[in-house]
Design a binder for this molecule. Structure first.
Ligand SMILES: [Zn+2]
Ligand SMILES: [Zn+2]
Length: 426
């Protein structure tokens, strides 16, 4: 009887998740976690294995140790060995923490539900969380908590656009996005930045779209140094909305200027290895008062982004002069410089410029659209991994359930696809 009650409770929890978009985020993705401590921080957690089997209840404040033993996870307290377990909060305000113990890392707190899965000798940790919680966490991880409110709207829309444009980036891993810089930084609840939360709510469903009504690649970097880059100067693709533009707002900010001295011998040797030879030291001098793509000596050239990578420079926007046995690089900006300049956008917001104008300043010829006005490609709609979060299918099912047609055959198909668990008839 008790088990039946739990199953009904879980079914209700599953059903309630239909009313909010869920995101599956791979946590501590840059760390090969082999052991961890899970703690129920707010509310109790129900631990479920093999999709439906309740194997433990973790009360608020209590912990479980989870260790990978290769093909399976060993769960402490006599719970057992399983390939995968899921932890469900007893209500939607639930929060838990994860502290990797091998290798050791600081604990982080997250909202709502989590899956632990044995994968290649490590533990995959997947946070199943409402989209708004996720986006607030991304905004805080990417922008701190002190920027002006309109800047947070800019950051929310960029982060939401990224999520929707890349929701299948880690489909092969069984989740949507990772929490590292490979996708978008996400460190969970942190300080619960209310500015970020308000901005996410105020821009609900808004994305940046190109002329074909497709979500754009919403790139951004800390400081462009006064001029953003064309996308093809940094990456392969020439994108019509990522065009170089002057930015008068990001001067005198944290990331606007830098210098670096590099031994002349090291510089010469690197240039020689790339086919660039100087007849005299002054041939190494190079002026970049506005952005260029290549560093040149005579007719030979090397892409500036390659030099940036080689010498670990803050940006590829630098001039060069030889001083004695060194080259002195005088640089501007911090990051790749393509798309939104975060420090420039913050200054614009500080001066009362609206988030819409800021986004359209950095992303040329784009529009802000509501999710429902976008035109997803066939590829996005028919996704082989649509059993995990697919926003288009998810939104469609929301529209259907909103129109109270829950009993139709079509609805039950969609709902089945979306439920985090499958339930046998009790
Ligand atoms: Zn990623
Ligand atoms: Zn800038």
């Amino acid at each position: 009887m008790k088990r039946c009650l739990f199953l009904i409770l879980l079914l209700l929890l599953g059903a309630s998740s239909l009313w909010a978009q869920k995101v599956c985020v791979g946590l501590f993705f840059d760390l090969p976690v082999k052991a961890l401590t899970f703690t129920a921080v707010k509310t109790d957690y129900t631990i479920v294995a093999q999709d439906t089997l309740i194997v433990a209840i973790v009360s608020k404040g209590e912990s479980l140790q989870i260790v990978s033993n290769g093909a399976a996870l060993h769960v402490s307290g006599g719970v057992g060995n399983y390939k995968e377990i899921q932890a469900f909060a007893s209500n939607l305000t639930g929060a838990f923490s994860v502290r990797p113990t091998r290798p050791a890392a600081e604990a982080r707190a997250y909202a709502q539900n989590v899956v632990f899965r044995a994968k290649k000798g490590n533990i995959f940790i997947i946070n199943k969380v409402d989209e708004d919680f996720y986006l607030s966490g991304v905004c805080e991880a990417e922008a701190g908590c002190t920027a002006p409110p309109d800047y947070f709207k800019v950051q929310s829309i960029m982060s939401r656009t990224y999520l929707y444009a890349h929701f299948d980036r880690h489909a092969g891993d069984g989740f949507n996005l990772c929490d590292g810089v490979h996708c978008q930084a996400y460190k969970g609840l942190q300080t619960r930045c209310t500015r970020a939360q308000r901005a996410v709510a105020a821009t609900d469903g808004v994305l940046v779209a190109d002329k074909d009504k497709m979500p754009i690649a919403p790139t951004y970097s800390a400081n462009c140094g006064g001029q953003t880059c064309n996308s093809e100067d940094v990456w392969k693709n020439k994108l019509p909305y990522l065009r170089s533009t002057k930015d008068n707002y990001c001067f005198h900010q944290h990331g606007s200027n830098w210098t670096k001295r590099i031994p002349l011998a090291a510089w010469r040797s690197y240039m020689n290895s790339n086919g660039l030879y100087a007849r005299s030291n002054s041939d190494f001098n190079f002026d970049q008062s506005s952005r260029k793509r290549y560093y040149t000596i005579g007719k030979n050239k090397i892409q500036l982004t390659k030099i940036r990578q080689q010498f670990g420079l803050r940006s590829a926007f630098f001039s060069v002069r030889v001083e004695g046995n060194n080259v002195v690089l005088t640089g501007r900006g911090y990051g790749h410089g393509v798309g939104v300049c975060q420090e420039g956008a913050m200054q614009m917001a500080e001066r009362g410029i609206s988030f819409k104008k800021i986004l359209q300043y950095y992303y040329k010829n784009t529009t802000l659209l509501d999710f429902d006005d976008l035109q997803p490609s066939q590829e996005m709609l028919v996704n082989e991994h649509s059993n995990i979060f697919n926003p288009w299918i998810n939104r469609l099912s929301l529209a259907i359930s909103d129109s109270t047609l829950l009993s139709s055959e079509m609805d039950s198909l969609y709902i089945e696809a979306l439920l985090p668990l499958t339930f046998p008839t009790p």
